[in-house]
Design a protein around this ligand. Structure first.
Ligand code: EPS
Length: 387
């Protein structure tokens, strides 16, 4: 059984829904497991006015009883508090009021290709679903995946490496504990000096009606070798991670380990040599590969990076064309965030957690969490895994 999830919901509609299938029974979940990550996603310097309206919390409507999973689909609902300001414009049912259509597609957004594809005249039919508001639902199910991973001894963490032109110092050796204070940085960056420069760069960009992108990194600790498989293209762990992270709104690049940097190295400096001692079993002293070889986890920390473009909703809009008149016009001008890289890193944690949790489910099976843990112990024993 793999994990599967789907989300539904428009940004200014009544709310978001997520359904997660494939959790084993008997997994203990607390409300804070969900709401803590949902609150983390709302933070970060550079968010706009919407985050003052929303205070995300997930209502569980199925799949849990008295704090334990039932092995049935878990359904979650997150209300959009802003819906009260949009009821007529976003009503699921016909309304008497005249609703003005949006005809000014934003370059870089789903707007133009979306109306062409679905045959709409109103860009709002596209932008409401294309909006990154949807990531609140992903984080809710991702939080459940993290609870499952924790039962297997796995932690998923993230930090921001770059915002605009400011790059933090990098350290491939960072362990899980290094991330403990990361949410205290307003940009979720572990490098204090870079953190301050990032905040300043966001402030400058905001004053100039600009937006900023950046790069974040997700790491997962406590894995075992052999999650995913080399045997079929679509079971490769790195391919699945790339799709999961790339599917987050505004992503333009994903790397595993040292990713694109490896392309310019000679082979002897790109790979992680293998050693063995009775004490440690098989181990490597470097992790250029970011914990994946041949589409499988190696058991070393997983390192996945995502590159996010600057948000395409701008307070000083770019040139576009009015869909109704075909005349040149400025793109839609809307309330917006100026930088959401810190939040995107939290979303990427969730997506990575969902892929890893699914790979564990495929490998270990089990209807009850205790079956899955017993299968994990048996596997660790078989391969002599000592971490
Ligand atoms: C978003 C635009 C902004 C963001 C939104 C994503 O929303 P609004 O148009 O309501 O101001 O705040 O993000 C969220 C609502 C969220 O929860 O992250 C967009 O166009 O993608």
């Amino acid at each position: 059984m793999a994990l599967r999830f789907t989300t539904a919901g428009e940004s200014h509609g009544p709310g978001l829904i997520a359904v997660l299938e494939g959790l084993p029974a008997g997994l203990e979940i607390a409300p804070d497991d969900l709401n803590h990550d949902m609150a983390r996603r709302q933070l970060g310097h550079g968010r706009g006015g919407r985050m003052k309206i929303e205070s995300d919390a997930a209502e569980v409507t199925s799949g849990l009883r008295h704090g334990l999973t039932l092995g049935s689909p878990v359904a979650l609902r997150i209300a959009n508090r802003d819906y009260r300001n949009w009821e007529e414009r976003m009503s699921p049912w016909p309304v008497d009021a005249e609703i003005e259509e949006v005809h000014l597609p934003r370059p870089g957004h789903a707007d133009l290709a979306g109306v062409q594809k679905f045959g709409f005249t109103d860009v709002r039919n596209v932008l409401e679903r294309a909006s990154a508001r949807e990531t609140a639902a992903r984080v809710a199910v991702g939080a459940l995946a993290k609870v499952l991973l924790r039962a297997f001894g796995v932690e998923v963490r993230s930090h921001v490496l770059q915002i605009g032109s400011v790059r933090a110092t990098e350290d491939m050796e960072l362990g899980a504990n290094a991330f403990d204070g990361v949410d205290e940085s307003p940009v979720r960056c572990l490098d204090g000096a870079a953190s301050e420069e990032m905040v300043a760069e966001i402030n400058t960009a905001r004053k100039a009606n600009e937006s900023l992108g950046g790069i974040y990194e997700v790491r997962a600790f406590g894995l075992v070798p052999g999650l995913g498989s080399y045997a079929s293209w679509d079971s490769r762990l790195d391919g699945r991670l790339a799709q999961a992270v790339m599917s987050i709104q505004a992503m333009k690049g994903v790397g595993v380990g040292e990713g694109f940097e490896l392309a310019g190295r000679v082979g002897s400096e790109a790979h992680d040599e293998i050693f063995f001692t009775e004490d440690r079993g098989f181990y490597r002293e470097t992790n250029h590969a970011g914990g994946v070889e041949g589409g499988m986890s190696t058991g070393d920390p997983l390192v996945v990076r995502g590159a996010m473009k600057p948000l395409p909703t701008l307070t000083k809009p770019l040139r576009s064309v009015d869909l109704a008149t075909k005349e040149p016009a400025q793109a839609l001008r809307e309330r917006t965030d100026s930088c959401t890289v810190p939040a995107a890193a939290v979303v990427a944690e969730s997506m990575v957690a969902l892929v890893l949790a699914s790979a564990f489910r495929e490998k270990l099976g089990g209807d009850h969490i205790d079956d899955a843990i017993a299968a994990l112990r048996a596997y660790e024993e078989r391969i002599g895994w000592r971490r």
